[in-house]
Write a protein that binds this ligand. Structure first.
Ligand code: PHE
Length: 360
């Protein structure tokens, strides 16, 4: 049996050298692997007549030869299909298309948001994700142990006090020292003011972290934060800016295939804005009638308000001369609420399941 297999192997190697066309190749395939009379097929049929102790070994050897033959035939087939039998390569044949990917949905959303705000003069900034407590909380009018901090389910990095060599923020108190994974993009507010350039039209888009995980929360998500500071800024500017964004991001029914969208400002409380609001957008799934996702027709997408005088002071700005507004939204939530998408679980965005991602 061994000899028989060896000679099949050798015969095949010699025979494949002589193949010039696809027709030759088909003959060759038939000669060795043909169901009825293929040399290897016949040899394999003989296996069962061997003494029991030899069957396994010979079977394995035969299988290996078979695999090898199949592989060689396949690759020669591919080669011959490209080049005609006379060696002519037809350059006019359509090429093989390679699959075309696209940016991740969240990256696309971030670019779209940045572009919308750029058009009205917001400059995109980036501030640290691993942040001093001072910028994430204290400078935002939330002194240590303030109960409002509990709303942000914060990840703390370490307990050691910050030392000067790690760049202690100039105005931080000696006890401001813990580092956190920033739970919101508002950490950029005082940082931006500290650049010392007025007026301010800042857009801070960044990763943010909170200890939460369910259909509408992931421990890492993104926020975008707008901050405007100038003379005579009032609530109408805030409302106008938000209206502008919503109209441009959530396209009207005709263009996006969903219901028309509306916003409302609801009074709320944040330590760093006064007055403060939460911004609701009418649900894109049910059109505001109320459904499983939104319950009452509205979805809370953002927090906003007029910058608190203490925050301006922390950033070195005189609250008697300047005023401003700020708003912070969840990128993923906003994206999920686009008309016609109907994504009802935020975790889908981070599962990297191509069957999901390819739909967009
Ligand atoms: N930082 C707030 C949050 O994460 C949102 C906010 C930003 C509120 C700016 C007011 C002003 O919930």
């Amino acid at each position: 049996m061994k000899d028989q297999l060896e000679s099949i192997k050798k015969d095949f190697s010699t025979a494949i050298e002589k193949v010039k066309s696809l027709a030759d190749l088909a003959d060759l395939e038939n000669k060795f692997l043909g169901r009825k009379n293929g040399a290897l097929t016949l040899a394999m049929k003989e296996l069962k007549n061997l003494p029991k102790s030899k069957i396994a070994e010979a079977g394995q050897a035969a299988n290996e030869i078979k695999k090898n033959i199949e592989l060689k035939i396949k690759s020669l087939k591919a080669e011959l299909s490209q080049t005609g039998s006379d060696g002519f390569f037809d350059y006019t044949l359509p090429g093989q298309e390679s699959p075309l990917g696209h940016l991740h949905l969240v990256t696309e959303a971030i670019r779209e948001i940045a572009a919308i705000f750029e058009r009205v003069g917001f400059e995109r900034m980036r501030y640290p994700e691993v942040e001093w407590d001072y910028y994430a909380f204290e400078s935002l009018n939330m002194p240590k142990d303030h109960p409002a901090r509990d709303e942000w389910e914060t990840f703390f990095i370490d307990k050691s006090p910050i030392s000067k060599k790690f760049g202690l923020p100039a105005k931080a108190s000696a006890t401001a020292g813990q580092r956190v994974l920033t739970p919101h993009t508002s950490n950029g507010q005082v940082r931006d003011m500290e650049r010392g350039k007025l007026p301010i039209r800042m857009m801070n888009i960044s990763k943010t972290y909170r200890r939460q995980m369910d259909a509408s929360h992931t421990p890492m998500f993104h926020q975008f934060e707008g901050l405007v500071i100038d003379k005579d800024i009032n609530i109408t500017h805030l409302k106008g800016t938000i209206d502008y964004f919503v109209k441009n991001f959530f396209l009207p029914a005709g263009e996006a295939g969903g219901p028309d969208r509306e916003i409302r400002l609801r009074p709320h409380h944040f330590q760093f804005t006064e007055p403060s609001f939460e911004i609701d957008v009418s649900c894109g799934v049910c059109g505001g009638k109320g459904c499983k996702l939104c319950k009452e027709g509205w979805l809370e997408l953002a927090g906003a308000g007029m910058v608190h005088p203490n925050v301006l002071k922390a950033g070195g700005i005189d609250p008697n001369k300047y005023s401003g507004f700020a708003f912070g939204w969840g990128v993923e939530r906003c994206y999920m609420m686009k008309s016609g998408l109907n994504i009802d679980d935020i975790r889908l965005l981070y599962k990297n399941d191509l069957r999901f991602l390819r739909q967009f």
